[in-house]
Every structure is written in C-alpha cells, then in structure tokens.
Ligand binder design. Structure first.
Ligand code: GLN
Length: 279
C-alpha cells in the first residue's frame, strides 16, 4: 500500500502539536528525512510522493514516541556537535550547542602544541573527541563513571576517527599522571530544579548526568579539590557552568588556590564557561 507523504506528515504534525511538542513541524520533517530518506526540497519538487506501508508504520511509531516526549536525538540516534556527528542514546546527555563555547576555548588555548587534556565526566565523549579532532597534536584522555556512557563515547571516538584514551573512574579515583588542561561539563543542576525541567530532559536524559546535588555545585567542589594534583604547573581548568553559577564556581576555584579566573558568556549572554590557572 502506497501512502502520500503529504498526508502522513500532516498527520504527524497534528499528533506532535496535540502532545505539546514545541517544534512539531521541524520534528515531523526530521523524522521523515530519517525514515524515508527524503529531503524537503525533493518533496516540494514532487508533492505526490508516496511511501510504502511498512515505512509509514515505522515513521508513525517514531512520531508516537516523540509525542511521548522522547528527545528527537534519541530516536534518530545522533546529534551534531562542533561540525561532527555524535551517536547518542539514553545513557548519555545529548550534546548541547552551549558546550561548543567550552570546546572552542580549550582548542584556542591548545594551539598546535603537544599538550595533554583530561575531559572529566565525558558522557557521549563530545568534548574529548572534538578537542582531539581540532588539536591534532594534543593527547586527550576522557573519564566517566558510567560504563554505558563510555561505550557510547568509545563508539564516537571510532566514528569520528579520533584517538582519545578512556578511563572508567569515579572522578579522579583511577586517574594517574598530570595534564596541561582539565576540562569538564559536569552535572550541575540543583536536585530540586530537576522536576521543573522539560519532560524530554527530566524523564529521558540520564539523571546522573544532570544532578549536581543540593546546591548544584557538588562536582565543581570535588573536581577543584583534587584538580591541582593532576595538573602540570601553569595548567588550566575549563568548566561549563549553569547561567547562575559564575560567582559560586569562581569562589570554589579561588578557595582551591586557582588564579586568573575568567567567566565567559554564551551567545544568549549568560555566564557559561569558567577558566582558571593553577597557581
Ligand atoms: N561532557 C558531556 C557533555 O558535555 C556530558 C556532560 C554530562 O553528562 N554532564 O555533553
């Protein structure tokens, strides 16, 4: 049985809209591109385009999952970040565009030298893999506590022809040696804020990748406490932070004797990255 693409996409848009999905039109098209392999341009060139019943069924199944607020990226299995494609599943946080600011600043600082970088709480590996690709001569090591996240990160490392070394570790427990740069986008949402997040995030992204405990600062404190022992002299630390954490994270760094503390804003004008140097 052949079904008109026009009909099936219209129906999907209505389903997603009724379910309160903000980008119902975009998402219905992205799922159509994923399942049918068509582009919008091709569709407009032939609006009588049809698909077979089996593909339509697969599409409708994904639309229903999206209507249940499963993030689009988990349905299609990928997210673009720093111009690279990263595989994602429910064991890893979906890479965010805001995090690109963190990677750009680390890459700028690395230049072309042979430097060593440790990515703490790597998740999908998006930070470690893109730094490795951007800074050819650097040696990047990535840490996560979650074995399932590390499986995804390793797949992303292969998929993007990067050369990151991975360590399963609860923060620094299994880490040895010293690095020129430590970078981290740790979990930083206050526990009591989590129920207020979008359904997509709070019910589908891994809570362990979001939860920064009572004050949201748990991981910054833990990492800053030990970071000096794993940094070379003049080594630098780069954190992604929540929009309201600039002062608190700067203070934590100061208390741990870091200097040259800088807070950078993202494209929306919110504090997003903190950089500091080991004294
Ligand atoms: N480092 C990963 C990212 O930026 C994971 C972050 C996390 O799980 N908190 O996407």
């Amino acid at each position: 049985m052949e079904i008109l693409v026009r009909d099936i996409i219209n129906k999907a848009q209505n389903t997603l809209e009724a379910a309160g999905i903000a980008d119902s039109q975009v998402d219905s098209w992205l799922l159509a591109e994923f399942v049918f392999g068509i582009t919008r341009a091709k569709y407009y060139a032939n609006m009588q385009m049809t698909v077979d019943g089996k593909s339509a069924e697969k599409y409708n199944e994904l639309v229903n999952q999206r209507a249940g607020h499963i993030p689009l990226q988990y349905l299609v299995g990928t997210q673009e970040f720093m111009g690279l494609t990263f595989k994602v599943n429910e064991n890893v946080l979906i890479p965010r565009q805001d995090t690109e600011l963190l990677v750009e600043n680390v890459a700028d600082c690395l230049g072309n030298g042979e430097r060593t970088v440790l990515d703490m709480c790597t998740g999908s590996g998006c930070i470690a893999v893109s730094i490795d690709r951007l800074s050819k001569d650097s040696k990047v090591t990535a840490v996560d506590i979650s074995e399932k996240a590390l499986e995804v990160a390793q797949e992303n490392n292969r998929f993007n022809n990067a050369n990151v070394t991975f360590i399963q570790s609860d923060l620094f427990t299994n880490v040895t040696g010293r690095y020129d740069i430590i970078v981290s986008n740790p979990p930083y949402i206050r526990t009591d804020e989590i129920p207020k997040l979008m359904e997509e995030v709070k019910s589908h992204e891994p809570v362990m990748a979001l939860d920064g405990m009572e004050d949201g600062l748990y991981f910054y404190k833990k990492i800053c406490n030990e970071a000096s022992d794993y940094l070379n002299d003049n080594g630098k630390i780069f954190f992604e932070i929540g929009y309201d954490q600039g002062d608190d994270v700067s203070e934590i760094l100061r208390q741990n004797r870091f200097c040259n503390i800088e807070v950078l804003k993202d494209l929306s004008g919110n504090d997003r990255v903190v950089i500091a140097r080991k004294e």
